[in-house]
Every structure is written in C-alpha cells, then in structure tokens.
Ligand binder design. Structure first.
Ligand SMILES: Nc1ncnc2c1ncn2[C@@H]1O[C@H](COP(=O)(O)OP(=O)(O)O)[C@@H](O)[C@H]1O
Ligand SMILES: [Mg+2]
Length: 243
C-alpha cells in the first residue's frame, strides 16, 4: 500500500474531523464514550461514509465498508509523556518485519499523520483491512485441535488433565493455542517468527488478533502488550525504523 497516496486521499477527511468538538474531546481523553461520540460525529459529518468501529485494550479502530484500510487511534491522549502509543509500536514492528522478510504474516500498517488539535498533535494510523472473523478462526483452531489431539484414556489422570488444559486453550483461542497452530500452518518460518516476536516484545497473539487476507491468516494486532509494557526499550527502538 502506498502511504503517500493514502495521506493525500484521507487528509481532507481528517481535516474536517479534527475540527469537531468530539475529536478534541476524544484526543484529550480517549475512552469508550468519547470514541462513541466521535463515531456519531463522523456519521453526521460524512453521512455516506459507512463504517464499523471496534476497540480493544490499546486502540480504537474505524473500519470503513468501502475501502481496503482501517484507521487506528491509540488509546493515549494528545498531551502525554508517559503512556505507550501501541499503534506506534505496531507501525514500528511492521517495518522490523519487512527487514526480516516476515511481513507477509502481518497486515500492512503505517502512521498516516499527526493531526493538529488544541490539545497537541494526535497520531492516526492506517492498516490494511482484513477479514477479522474471530468465529471462523476459532472454528479452525478447534478443528486443528480435534485432528491433532486424541482424548486419552480417562484412567490416565495426568494425561487427561493435560488434554483438558490444552482443549481449554483452544476453546479460548488463547495465545498458547495460536502458537501451537502457527507451528503447523507456518512450518517454514515458524522458528524465525517466534524469534521475531521475542526480540520485538510481541505477545498476546490470540485468535482475536488475527484475520484473513485472501484466506490466509495474518496478524492484525502486533504491538505487544505486557512484554512491551514491562521492558526497558533501547534508545533507538523507534528511531531505528524512522519513527
Ligand atoms: N486490519 C484490520 N482489519 C479489520 N479489522 C481490524 C483490523 N485491525 C483491527 N481490527 C478490529 O479492531 C479490533 C481492535 O484492534 P486491535 O489492533 O486488536 O486493538 P487492541 O490492541 O486494542 O486489541 C480487532 O479485534 C479487530 O476486530
Ligand atoms: Mg487486539
């Protein structure tokens, strides 16, 4: 995807949005209610712009119906000096993945621009839109589990507990289950991929953080969470990749 044309394409849109009271309020204090209000305002300002919205622990996301990108807004106020911008971490990690030739496993993303608000500059990110059908992914995970694990003899208590724990991981679509699954679906690059996760503090790859691009699994939330929060990053962590 071409970030220069995306910037040109979306600048007039965000120029309008950034002038609204709701954007100012959202960027001062990004939380579910201020994001909800912002979405309502986008609907009013651009009635033909059809979109869904979603959010997790670290980001708010606008998913347009008629475009092949999504917009990600970090859960950090414009004026801040301590919180982590997890979208920035994601954009940085994408460039790191390109460097290691692992980018095909990640939805493309980049920083769109910083927009001016009375609270200071607020960064907006853009990501390739993929099909985040968590239910299908969970079904695939369960199929894989069923094909790869046999229920042990119920008399073998230790094996039974292990089996049930693993079954639970798969039912939850947890990062433990996804890791086992990745080893099987990405046999060529699995070792390099998990090494990449470790060196870039990427954790929390559960089924809700995956999507399909042309039927292939890609990761859509790869900023890391606890691992990034808990680590002391080298000084050039972001600048090394031009951020
Ligand atoms: N590239 C994408 N394409 C489609 N939907 C997305 C994309 N990125 C995120 N989403 C949706 O937005 C949700 C929140 O985004 P995510 O990056 O996981 O944020 P968080 O870090 O807060 O969990 C995802 O669970 C997914 O449903
Ligand atoms: Mg997520």
């Amino acid at each position: 995807m071409d970030i220069v044309s995306l910037r040109e394409q979306w600048k007039p849109f965000f120029d309008k949005i950034r002038q609204t009271k709701e954007f100012e309020e959202f960027t001062k204090d990004p939380w579910s209610q201020s994001f909800y209000n912002l979405c309502a305002t986008i609907n009013e300002v651009f009635p033909d712009f059809v979109f869904d919205s979603d959010s997790g622990e670290t980001k708010f996301v606008i998913i347009p119906e008629d475009y092949d990108v999504v917009f990600k807004f970090p859960n950090v106020p414009a004026k801040h000096d301590y919180s982590i911008d997890y979208c920035l971490a994601e954009a940085r990690n994408y460039r790191a993945a390109v460097e290691k030739h692992l980018d095909k496993y990640f939805a493309w993303c980049d920083k769109l621009f910083d927009v001016y608000t009375p609270n200071g500059y607020y960064p907006i990110y853009v990501m390739e839109k993929v099909n985040c059908d968590e239910q299908s992914i969970n079904e695939e995970l369960m199929d894989w589990f069923d094909n790869n694990y046999d229920e042990p003899d119920s008399k073998d208590e230790k094996e039974m507990i292990k089996y049930e724990d693993t079954l639970q991981e798969f039912s939850d679509g947890s990062s433990v289950a996804v890791d086992l699954w990745f080893e099987s679906i990405f046999p060529d690059d699995y070792m390099r991929l998990i090494q990449f996760f470790a060196t870039n503090f990427i954790d929390d790859i559960h089924s809700g953080n995956l999507g399909y691009r042309n039927g292939e699994i890609v990761i859509i939330d790869y900023c890391g969470y606890h691992a990034l929060f808990d680590s002391k990053l080298p000084k050039d962590w972001y600048s090394k990749y031009g951020f």
